[in-house]
Ligand binder design. Structure first.
Ligand SMILES: [Zn+2]
Ligand SMILES: [Zn+2]
Length: 217
């Protein structure tokens, strides 16, 4: 959890108060403000333009165990992996975690850090004190929503930037195969040249063949 992340009071649940009232099921719904989402994603190049939301159900179980499940909805944008223009990211995700009182974690705390991330027990979160910090859990999920790779609205058709000089290739006509700035050959899409089958069709098509000759000359 990031130390500079502002607290989101609506996601801090006073368990002691719930238990005093004999409550064993509790719903939490909260808006995730733009500033807070931006703070949760501050280590990335994501741009947040609208608030998100989260809806969680807490089941209070014996011995301080709290099962949390629900869903988070958010949208943000990241630079397109090819052309760097904004690419929309749908960060909607389900949330599932089990909170356990942290007393035992003090004894074998270091062992927790060796947990295999793929292990189910990684979903176990230790907590201390009477207040459950669901904002930390949600912030972690927000950070995990950052995609490995995203494409702008052009999708796979995005031609990206010239690998030699950075020229924006999406501004070129689809059949142009030379960068107008550095005159290097550029692929029709970054998936490189069309597969062989397509190339054969191109040669069968007199118009396309003539066009590609012009470009190569
Ligand atoms: Zn793009
Ligand atoms: Zn170029």
């Amino acid at each position: 959890m990031k130390e500079d992340l502002p607290a989101l009071e609506s996601l801090r649940v006073d368990l002691a108060a719930l238990r005093r009232r004999g409550v064993d099921e509790h719903e939490v719904q909260a808006e995730l403000p733009v500033d807070w989402l931006a703070a949760a994603l501050c280590d990335t190049d994501a741009e947040v333009g609208e608030p998100g939301s989260v809806s969680l159900r807490l089941l209070l179980q014996p011995e301080g165990v709290v099962v949390v499940q629900g869903a988070m909805a958010l949208r943000f944008s990241v630079p397109c992996g090819r052309c760097l223009s904004p690419a929309a990211v749908d960060g909607n995700t389900e949330i599932f975690a089990t909170f356990m009182p942290g007393a035992e974690a003090d004894e074998d705390g270091p062992a927790d850090e060796d947990l295999d991330p793929d292990d189910d027990s990684a979903d176990v979160v230790r907590y201390q004190g009477p207040v459950l910090l669901l904002d930390a859990l949600v912030a972690e999920q927000v950070a995990l929503a950052y995609p490995m790779r995203a494409l702008c609205e052009r999708g796979e058709a995005c031609r990206g930037l010239c690998s030699n000089c950075g020229y924006e290739l999406n501004t070129l006509a689809a059949e142009v195969r030379r960068c107008p700035q550095c005159h290097g050959e550029v692929p029709l899409t970054p998936v490189a040249d069309p597969p062989d089958e397509t190339r054969d069709e191109r040669q069968d098509n007199p118009f396309a063949a003539a066009l590609s000759k012009i470009e190569l000359d």
